[in-house]
Design a protein around this ligand. Structure first.
Ligand SMILES: [Fe+2]
Length: 179
């Protein structure tokens, strides 16, 4: 939480690092929390990403994710990814810093992706799983807004994986089949 910023009236992308330094992360995912997520073997003590939950605005939850730069083998650092438990709950992402790729899929096998640069707004439709990937050389930071009742279903992804992975091929982020 960010006690002096409840709720933040605005988040200046230019000062996002300073803003987050006033917050305490609500989730830190280390490599050891990501076993089976990457195709390769991840270093257990590496911090992969941090999530900072901000004060809710009514029934809208706000979270800032800081995804570190790095790769496991040729696969870029990424979040675990999840479906929402509530099939009616969508989500909006807003790119703040760095460069990333938002990958999405449905349980029917549809896939989609959106490049997320600072200032980009990405809409995740209800029923779509979502995972973010840091495809740049610096921290990738984005704001997420989602309904309080959304809930997080991580287990479907832990069991079934994502249909696509994002790996470096010839120095460029490239989507390849996931399994
Ligand atoms: Fe979500």
């Amino acid at each position: 939480m960010c006690p002096e910023q409840e709720p933040p009236e605005c988040i200046d992308p230019e000062r996002i690092t300073e803003f987050l330094s006033q917050c305490s992360s609500s989730i830190t995912r280390f490599g050891r929390d990501m076993v089976g997520i990457f195709a390769g073997e991840v270093e257990p003590d590496s911090i992969i990403y941090e999530v900072y939950e901000l004060e809710s605005i009514g029934n809208i939850r706000l979270a800032v994710t800081k995804l570190m730069p790095g790769k496991v083998g040729d696969e870029y650092y990424m979040t675990k990814g999840h479906y929402h438990e509530d099939p009616q709950s969508g989500e909006v992402y807003f790119g703040l810093k760095g460069r990333g790729l938002l990958i999405m899929q449905t349980k029917d096998g549809e896939t989609g992706e959106i490049e997320l640069d600072p200032g980009t707004i990405a809409c995740i439709r209800p029923g779509w799983a979502h995972r973010s990937v840091n495809t740049g050389n610096e921290e990738f930071v984005f704001l997420a807004a989602f309904p309080r009742e959304a809930g997080h279903d991580y287990s479907s992804i832990e069991e079934g994986g994502f249909l696509k992975r994002v790996v470096e091929v010839g120095g460029r982020p490239t989507l390849v089949p996931g399994q």
